[in-house]
Design a protein around this ligand. Sequence first.
Ligand SMILES: [Cu+2]
Length: 95
Amino acid sequence: MSIRKSVIALALAVPFASAFSMDLAIVKSIPLKDGSVIHQFKNGKMAMEDKYGRPTRMNVGESMAAADGTTITMNSDEVALLSSVFREHYGRTTK
Ligand SMILES: [Cu+2]
């Protein structure tokens, strides 16, 4: 495929991707001290990824220490949503 054709193909693919990911979009991923990561979705909700890269449960209201020293309070526990994101966007399956 020529470069020009590839660019056009990409331009056509993007609107579908963004329409799909409207609810699933992660706007922010914050690394924690213990190696896990908090993902914040576009709607403001959060989900945790453990240090092995798996979506993991956490209690709402629980505080976590971010790698940069700040404290973050869990406002929601969107494990299922994070699992979908991993499946759809990264091709990873979760156990
Ligand atoms: Cu958490």
